[in-house]
Design a protein around this ligand. Structure first.
Ligand SMILES: [Zn+2]
Length: 216
C-alpha cells in the first residue's frame, strides 16, 4: 500500500542520523530515525492541528493523535490511520473505530453503553477469527524470510514478547500485522518477527509501505 504523503517534507532530528525527506513521492527515512515520530509529524502537516471530532485546536503542549483504527484491534501507526484529536475526544472514543465513534456520538446517553458493549463484542470476535480488524486492502503478500531487521533484545521487547505470547496462546493469532518498507525492511513489529522465528511460523500478516524506504 501507499501511505498518504505531502508533496514536501524535510525532518531533521537531534543527531546526524535522524532525518527524513520526501523525494519524488517517496519518503526516505535515515537510519536511527524513529518511524512513529515521522508519522506523527507528517500527520500534523497533512491534517492540521484541530481535533477531527470536535474541531477545537489542540493545545500545543498536549498534542494528541488518534489511531482511527485503534491499536487494540491492530491499527498501525501510519498517516492513513492517524488524525489529530483532542484528549477529551480521544478518551471518549477509546477503543472504537472512527466510524463506530461517529455512530456512538449520534446516539443518546442511555443507548451509548449498549452500543459500546456491542462494539467490544465485535472486536473480540475479530480477535478470535483474524487477530485484528483493519482494512484488507492494506495487506500485501510477504514471507517472513524476506524481512530485513536488526533485532536487539531489550526490556521493552521482552515485555512485548510476553504480551504477544499470551495473545497467541489465547487466540491463535497475532494482535497486529508487521509493517515493512518497500525493500522489506522492518519498521514495526520486532516482537512478532522474533516470536514467529522462534515458533517456526513462516507467514505473518504484513503491511508493505511501497512509498517508504529506510536509508542506510
Ligand atoms: Zn475533540
Amino acid at each position: 500500500m501507499n501511505i498518504v504523503l505531502p508533496n514536501k517534507f524535510h525532518y531533521k532530528g537531534n543527531s546526524r542520523h535522524e532525518s527524513a525527506v520526501i523525494e519524488k513521492e517517496v519518503l526516505y527515512i535515515e537510519k536511527g530515525t524513529d518511524f512513529d515520530e515521522i508519522m506523527y509529524q507528517l500527520t500534523y502537516m497533512l491534517k492540521g492541528r484541530n481535533c477531527i471530532y470536535c474541531g477545537r485546536p489542540l493545545e500545543s503542549k498536549r498534542k494528541t493523535l488518534d489511531h482511527l483504527y485503534p491499536r487494540s484491534i491492530g491499527g498501525p501507526t501510519i498517516t492513513n490511520n492517524l488524525a489529530p484529536a483532542c484528549k477529551n475526544c480521544n478518551n471518549r472514543k477509546s477503543d472504537m473505530t472512527e466510524q463506530e465513534f461517529e455512530e456512538f456520538c449520534r446516539l443518546n446517553g442511555k443507548d451509548r453503553e449498549e452500543f459500546r458493549k456491542k462494539v467490544m463484542r465485535k472486536h473480540e470476535n475479530a480477535r478470535q477469527s483474524h487477530g485484528f480488524l483493519i482494512p484488507k486492502r492494506w495487506f500485501g503478500n510477504f514471507s517472513l524470510k524476506e524481512v530485513i531487521t536488526f533485532i536487539t533484545f531489550d526490556e521493552n521487547i521482552s515485555k512485548r514478547y510476553q504480551k504477544l505470547e499470551a495473545f497467541y496462546r489465547k487466540y491463535g493469532n497475532f494482535d497486529k500485522p508487521i509493517v515493512v518498507d518497500r525493500n522489506g525492511f522492518l519498521l514495526d513489529g520486532f516482537g512478532i518477527v522474533l516470536f514467529a522465528k522462534n515458533k517456526g511460523i513462516k507467514e505473518i500478516p504484513t503491511i508493505i509501505l511501497e512509498n517508504v524506504q529506510k536509508r542506510f
